[in-house]
Design a binder for this molecule. Structure first.
Ligand SMILES: Nc1ncnc2c1ncn2[C@@H]1O[C@H](COP(=O)(O)OP(=O)(O)O)[C@@H](O)[C@H]1O
Ligand SMILES: [Mg+2]
Ligand SMILES: [Zn+2]
Length: 514
């Protein structure tokens, strides 16, 4: 007797359909799973046996063969427990097998027959719709996650016994109604806001420029100057996530098992903040079965690397390809997987080993002097490689806030107001790049740079002066013109004028001699 159903395995960020076939025949008592299952699936044999016996059914003493097809596709995870157990019960005539044969089923079983949540349910729900399957039988704890995919029938369940009752037609299971659009709108508010940041007007301005052109940014400043505070607010001035972007982010978090429980949708731009002790795999993704790393978790949002020079150089080098391509390809013997990782990089560092280089010498107790030798400072800064630095358009000095500014009652400009200007500048770029694969000023090609950021004679003179007098490096040249283009967009100016170039020059701190 054969029974079948469908399940799915997530590779990269998409779920692939798997047919689960169970054949039970007379013969020696064996329980074999074939079709390239990984170790975790083999373990599921014991769970399935116990769960069936503990749910009031008896595990057949027969020859049982489970086939997961197509065979060459890697199958990963514990989500196959439930479909295998159900197909097995289907062969025993406990419910009409046709009630199962057009279903998508995922769920892990506990020994007593309870159904535990699994990772990656959102992509599985999307696959259910794509393959026009009748319903999706899934762990109750994952229900909200699947709910954002409309026009599928969800059957959220918490025990094996309950699913069997449903398949027998004895139990009606009603999923909770969610309105993805309204969840999306509700959850878009941020707790942090730029209006909490006192003073630091020029720093906020630079962050606005970075957000407007999607430029990566490095902050240099002494401890306590507010770098972390500012970085945390970066995602609040980026344009709101679109529904599709939100789905993409949710998929990645769902696969990583990082969706807050009961959460339906990641509606805010991600802000990821990994510590410098993070492993290479943790940052870029990987493992024997590759999963998303921090760079993919920050897809469509912000990746903040605090204490930038403390990250091992080899780890930072891994950021180069993703920063360039917005996606990461991980190759393994068996497969090659792609993870999206289009993020904005924010980094921060002290200006020197002691932290106080270039700080205005304060008064009284606040007075701090830097005693680092120029060679020490040079060595410290050279921990960040040139090629990586090349992908960071703005280097910004964040001075310590003056005491009287901190004591001020007046609130700064709100994130919403700043975001309004950012959105306008982004709209100008959308129009500009409508026939190109470039999406924003930061991503301009050489040709586009020549076309759209041609400096006037005056600005060219200024730029030349800056290069020679301030000793700016050659690589600074193009960065300055890109940023100047964004500054001009914020001012709604067709041309890149002298004042735009002048402002952009200020944001090249690391190019200056110490
Ligand atoms: N401009 C500011 N406005 C209001 N509070 C500030 C400001 N700058 C710093 N602070 C306060 O100082 C604390 C330390 O700032 P933090 O962001 O951790 O500094 P850093 O990361 O540069 O060491 C913040 O949590 C905040 O309370
Ligand atoms: Mg900090
Ligand atoms: Zn110092």
């Amino acid at each position: 007797m054969i029974a079948k159903t469908f399940s799915a395995t997530v590779l990269g960020i998409d779920a692939h359909l798997i047919e689960v076939e169970v054949d039970v025949s007379v013969g020696m008592s064996v329980f074999n799973i074939v079709g390239l299952p990984d170790g975790t699936i083999k373990e599921s044999r014991d769970r399935i046996l116990s769960a069936i016996n503990n749910s009031g059914f008896s595990f057949p003493v027969r020859k049982i063969v489970v086939n997961l097809a197509p065979a060459p596709l890697r199958k990963i995870g514990s989500g196959f427990d439930l479909p295998i157990a159900l197909a097995l019960l289907g062969t025993m005539g406990i419910f009409p097998p046709e009630n199962l044969s057009r279903a998508m089923v995922v769920g892990e079983l506990s020994l007593d027959g309870e159904i535990r949540p699994v990772r990656g349910v959102l992509p599985v729900a999307i696959a259910t719709r794509e393959h026009k399957l009748e319903h999706l039988i899934l762990p109750k704890a994952n229900d909200a996650e699947a709910a954002v995919v409309d026009s599928i029938k969800r059957v959220p369940v918490s025990t094996l016994f309950e699913v069997v009752q449903f398949l027998c037609g004895d139990l009606e299971i009603k999923p909770i109604e969610y309105d993805p659009q309204s969840i999306f709108t509700q959850e878009q508010n941020y707790e942090e806001d730029f209006q909490d940041v006192k003073g630091q007007e020029h720093v906020k301005r630079a962050l606005e420029v970075a957000a407007a052109g999607s430029h990566n940014l490095l902050m240099l400043g002494p401890p306590g100057s507010g770098k972390t505070m500012l970085a945390r607010r970066m995602s609040t001035i980026l344009p709101e996530l679109s529904f599709d972007e939100a789905l993409e982010c949710t998929k990645i978090h769902s696969i990583a098992g990082l969706l807050p429980s009961g959460a339906a949708l990641i509606a805010r731009r991600p802000f990821r903040f990994p510590h410098h002790t993070i492993s290479q795999g943790g940052l870029v993704g990987g493992g024997s079965i590759p999963g998303p790393g921090e760079i993919s978790l920050s897809h469509n949002g912000v990746l903040f690397l605090d204490e930038f020079p403390e990250f091992p150089r080899a780890t930072l080098e891994l950021l180069r390809q993703p920063l360039e391509d917005g996606r990461l390809t991980i190759s393994r013997a068996a497969m090659s997987l792609e993870f999206p990782c289009s993020f904005m990089l924010l980094a921060s560092m002290n200006p020197c080993p002691c932290g106080y280089h270039g700080a205005p010498s304060g008064q009284g107790e606040n007075r701090r002097e830097c005693n680092c030798a120029p060679q020490q400072i040079q060595k410290y800064r050279s921990k960040i490689s040139g090629p990586l630095l090349d992908r960071i358009d703005l280097h910004l000095t964040v001075p310590a806030v003056e005491y009287d500014k901190l004591a001020e009652k007046r609130q700064g400009e709100s994130s919403g107001t700043i975001r309004g200007r950012v959105v306008q500048a982004r709209q100008i770029q959308q129009k500009r790049f409508r026939n190109s694969s470039t999406r924003n000023n930061a991503g301009m090609t050489r040709r586009e740079l020549n076309m759209y950021s041609e400096p006037s004679d005056d600005s060219r003179k200024l730029l030349e002066q800056a290069m020679t007098r301030m000793g700016l490096s050659a690589r600074a040249h193009d960065r300055i013109l890109k940023v100047a283009r964004t500054i001009a967009d914020l001012a709604d100016s067709m041309n890149v004028e002298t004042q735009h170039v002048a402002e952009a020059i200020q944001y090249r701190n690391l190019d200056r001699p110490i």
